[in-house]
Write a protein that binds this ligand. Structure first.
Ligand code: SF4
Length: 351
């Protein structure tokens, strides 16, 4: 019996070649398996009929293809599907597949996949179900990649947002390795993948230095408030980090990569959704190349925050626009299956 933690997709190509040879295959079979997975979407050795039956059986017994397994699925009426995946150590993560909405009465191909980068989250935003239990562990690059494989099995992917459970920049090395593979092996171009972070300035600066002008993804920073004291309450891991430092790190990203940063604001009813909040945010962003994405809060059972009124959301957006800041509103999808932003994990870890 092989090492139970070892999986085909967790190995480099060279490591995979040598394991396949040990199991009675030829080195080139490792490339065959990768093509079956990445080009044809085959996630089971048994269906790889270009390999001999004895080799398929040996591989299945000794070297699992994936480290994750779908254990539950919930679907919302709008077509959004949330997958619950169990990892090799029994921990779970969630991935959400959101088919493109029809535009101008025309159906559109492809979906957006929302993926997770950690089990739990160290940031502990008080309005987010995902951070309630704190951080359990980082995901390995192949565990991030596998979410794309499970998601793609539900239908072709057009875009991806790394906006599920976890703070991506707290797992930077594995994140970058996974994003490079997503670009290269799954054909999702860098401009179609957005990584969302709370924007630790030192980590962002390191990221810019490491990636230079060709980052394998777009960047979004979850700001939630332009006021230092309120942001410290809403994003506890950023307490003591001035909003202006976060914005300066975003400026550096734009200067070095030429790609505009999106700032996200989860609008909480009666908390951060007033005209005054919008005016102060506009004042911070007006001279910057940036877009704001407003995300009306999704209620989570047992917490104190409220969904904002639609009129308040529209006034907030209009105030930003009047202040010279481009803003869009994203009403979350999949509310009925708890697949909406901030609701991941709420069913597995009841509040
Ligand atoms: S909103 Fe994002 S950063 Fe905050 S606790 Fe949830 S997953 Fe973590």
């Amino acid at each position: 019996m092989g090492n139970l933690d070892e999986t085909f997709l967790g190995l480099s190509l060279e490591e995979a070649k040598s394991r396949v040879v040990q199991l009675g295959g030829r080195a080139f079979h490792a490339g065959v398996i990768r093509r079956e997975v990445f080009e044809r979407g085959v996630l089971d050795y048994a269906a790889m009929t270009s390999l001999s039956k004895p080799l398929r059986e040996r591989l299945a017994a000794e070297l699992p293809l994936l480290s994750s397994q779908e254990i539950a699925r919930s679907e919302a009426p709008d077509g959004t599907t949330k997958l619950l995946l169990r990892l090799a150590d029994g921990e779970t993560v969630e991935t959400v597949h959101m088919p493109a909405r029809p535009r101008g009465g025309e159906a559109r191909r492809g979906a957006t996949l929302c993926v997770s980068t950690q089990v739990g989250c160290p940031v502990r935003c008080p309005f987010c179900a995902s951070g309630r239990s704190g951080l359990v562990r980082n995901l390995a690059a192949h565990e991030i990649l596998e979410q794309y494989l499970h998601g793609r099995a539900l239908g072709p992917l057009r875009r991806s947002v790394v906006m599920g459970i976890g703070e991506p920049l707290a797992n930077q090395t594995q994140l970058i390795a996974a994003m490079r593979q997503v670009n290269r092996d799954l054909g999702l171009g860098a401009r179609r993948v957005t990584v969302s972070t709370v924007g630790f300035p030192d980590r962002l600066r390191r990221l810019v230095d490491e990636l230079g002008r060709h980052p394998p993804f777009q960047l979004a920073i979850s700001l939630h408030s332009a006021d230092d004291d309120q942001r410290a309450r809403l994003v506890p891991a950023m307490a003591g980090v001035p909003v202006e430092d976060v914005l300066a790190a975003g400026d550096l990203w734009f200067d070095r990569t030429g790609r505009e940063v999106t700032f996200e604001v989860c609008l909480l009813g009666g908390e951060n959704d007033s005209i005054g909040h919008a005016e102060r945010l506009a004042a911070r962003l007006a001279r910057r190349r940036a877009t704001v994405n407003l995300i009306p809060y999704n209620p989570v059972p047992g917490d104190r925050f409220l969904r904002p009124e639609p009129d308040a959301v529209e006034s907030f957006r209009a105030t930003l626009e009047a202040g010279g800041v481009v803003a869009t509103v994203r009403w979350s999808r999949g509310l009925d299956s708890d697949a909406a932003c901030g609701q991941l994990r709420s069913r597995i870890h009841p509040v």
